[in-house]
Structure formats: C-alpha cells, structure tokens
Design a binder for this molecule. Structure first.
Ligand code: PEP
Ligand code: MN
Length: 358
C-alpha cells in the first residue's frame, strides 16, 4: 500500500501510519516524493481510515510489486554520489579500469578519466571471474588504492561488493556500492547492501527480466536505501555473436515504470572495444542518465576485460560526441516546440472566423 503525505502533513500522521504497520507486523518505509511531500510504502494493507488521516492526499492499494521503486511512488529521483548528481540532469560518466591493478596505474587512470570528462571513478577490487584461475582482484589492497585515487582527484568512487561479510569493509572505502550482474538475485547481499548507508549501483542480471531487476531494487530500498541507480549491462540472448547484447529498449522503457535513474554499460554490454563508442552514443540518445565505462591506458595489457576496454582518448571522444549529440537533439527539440508558436498566430484569425460564424 502506498500512502502519499502532503508537504505539510503533521508528523503525528506519519507516526500513526508507522505504528499501525508495526502493530500488524508489516514492513514500512518512508520515501521523499520529490515534490516536498513523502510516500509511506507499507508491505500490506492498513484499514480504510488511513485515507481520512490529516495530511494524507492519496492512498494506492493497487500498485506494482516493486512499490518503492515504482514511478507510482514518486517523481524521477536524483541520486547523489558524493557531490555528483545522477538523474534529472546531464548524463554522468563513471569510468576506470575493470580491475584495480596498482596504486600508480589507478591514479593515472583516474586523472586521465577526469580530464576526459568522467565524474565518478570505477574499479574492481573484488572481481567475480568466470574462471577460478583468472585474476581475482587485489581485495582490500585495491580498496586502499581506490581511496588514494579519490584523494588525488576528488572523484567519488564506485566498486563491487560480492559477499555479505565484505559489505562493511567495502562501504568504508567506497562512495557507491556496485552489485554485479551475477549477484543481482543474491537477496541476502541485497538486504545487507540496502542497509549499508551508501548509494547502490544495481547491475541487471544477464538473464533477468525488467520485473526481476526492479524487484531486486525493491529489496535494496525495503532494507534502507533510497539511492539506487540501475545499470543496463547487456543480457544473454539466443545469439552468441557478442559477449552480451545491450538492451537499449529498457532505457526509455524502464523510465515508464520506475523513478530510479538508469545508466548504460556498453563495455560488458557488447564485449567488444570497437562497439563501445557507438553503443555509448546510442545509450545516451535513448535517454540514459549516464555511462559506465572500462578505461585503461593500455587496454591490451589490462588484467581483465581488456578486449572491451577503451583508452582515455576514446573516452574523451565519447564524452565530446555525447555532449554535441545532446546539444543537437535539444536544439532540434526547441525548434520543434517553436513551430506551434509560429502556427499559433493564425489561431487569432481562427478565433475571428469562429466569431464571424457565430
Ligand atoms: C564489472 O563492472 O567489471 C563487472 C564485473 O560487471 P558485470 O557484473 O556487469 O559483469
Ligand atoms: Mn569488467
């Protein structure tokens, strides 16, 4: 049940709602509605008198199962990562190496990514590798390098957490916690990460439906965080030509279902360096709130995912082209909206015609 409270709703209403939920053994969470008021999400139903409480402006008994993540709950969200805003503004680029390799290498990449236009540094310290014989990441040592790179550049950092018992450790270094595709349905991890007090980047499971993905976001939100950013990173289809297939339908599509921002990862989504630029631009054109990109000065020598990693120069080009493309799209859209103004003038004449008919 979703209960919307007016901006000036008395605190007593909120308290009564929460107390009523506890009394019935129901989970309850309070979210800002993006318009100055609040939404109380209750994992069940309260009595009809709820609608008559002072300050209650709307009661939705029927809603999506992902009630907190749903667009029915509130207007599109902006998620803050450090001082960087994701959603409702210009696309945000998160970039960095697939795996953190060394202190020097990471700081070099961080400076280069920042100069190219990235706002958030990515880098894996705990790596989910398909083979147990592949490089597994530097672990906590990598996290200390991530903190050093933040110190050196001022960029907030995002990194993956794979285990429930690593959450506190990773959260003590990271500004944003990443849930990888392989853990999208690890509900124990989602519960723990949702309660960790950090914004979360939730990658789509590579075989997950949109509903399953949004239910995973709901797990995070039901356990504490309001700050979830979705990341489309490619899905498996019948076609094995590409490592994964970037599903760009979901960018505009999911915005009809959820208030959460969504970014695109064209590196994992294609598995091919040569496709990263066109698919980045396609993602931005589709309305993505940002990009998640693997960058390395020598991609061929990267310790993981080098074949889908771009150079800082390529990153700079993507950022430049994205901005130019968005400016051009905006200009065309403004021209479009200008047309009715021009067409508007004859309306005066039309009124006169109607008057003369009357
Ligand atoms: C990554 O971002 O390096 C990563 C492992 O991503 P995914 O979980 O999408 O494979
Ligand atoms: Mn990777």
């Amino acid at each position: 049940m979703l209960i919307s409270l007016a901006p000036d709703a008395p605190e007593s209403t909120r308290q009564r709602l929460l107390a009523a939920a506890i009394e019935r053994g129901l989970k309850a969470r309070v979210l800002a509605d993006g318009q100055g008021g609040e939404v109380v999400g209750i994992g069940g139903t309260l009595g009809p008198d709820v609608a008559r409480m002072p300050g209650v402006i709307r009661v939705q008994a029927v809603h999506k199962p992902y009630m907190l993540a749903s667009l029915e709950a509130r207007s599109p969200s902006t998620v803050m990562v450090g001082d960087v805003a994701i959603g409702n503004g210009p696309p945000v680029v998160m970039a960095g190496p697939c795996s953190i390799e060394s202190r020097e290498n990471l700081i070099e990449i961080a400076h280069a990514a920042k100069a190219a236009g990235a706002r958030i540094l990515r880098g894996g310290a705990f790596k989910p590798r398909t083979s147990p014989y592949s490089f597994q990441g530097l672990g906590e040592e990598g996290l200390t390098y991530l903190a050093a790179a933040r110190e050196a550049t001022g960029m907030p950092v995002v990194t993956e957490v794979m285990e429930v018992d690593q959450v506190d450790l990773v959260a003590s270094y990271a500004d944003m916690l990443q849930i990888g595709t392989r853990n999208m349905s690890n509900f124990s991890l989602l519960k723990r990460v949702g309660a960790a007090g950090r914004p979360v980047l939730l990658k789509r499971g590579f075989s997950a439906t949109v509903d399953e993905w949004l239910m995973s976001a709901e797990y995070l939100m039901a356990h504490g965080t309001a700050d979830v950013v979705l990341c489309e990173r490619g899905i498996r289809t019948f076609d094995s030509t590409f490592r994964f297939n970037l599903d760009l339908n979901v960018i505009p599509g999911i915005k009809e279902l959820t208030h959460l921002p969504i970014i695109v990862d064209p590196c994992h989504g294609t598995g091919r360096r040569s496709l990263v630029k066109p698919m980045s631009l396609a993602g931005i054109a589709a309305g993505a709130d940002g990009l998640f990109l693997e960058v390395h000065p020598e991609p061929d020598n990267a310790l993981s995912d080098g074949y889908q990693t771009i150079t800082p120069a390529e990153l700079a080009k993507i950022v430049r082209l994205s901005r130019a493309m968005l400016d051009a799209l905006k200009e065309c859209e403004d021209e479009q909206t200008a047309i009715p103004d021009v067409v508007h003038m004859p309306e005066v004449a039309a009124e006169e015609i109607f008057a003369s008919i009357a």
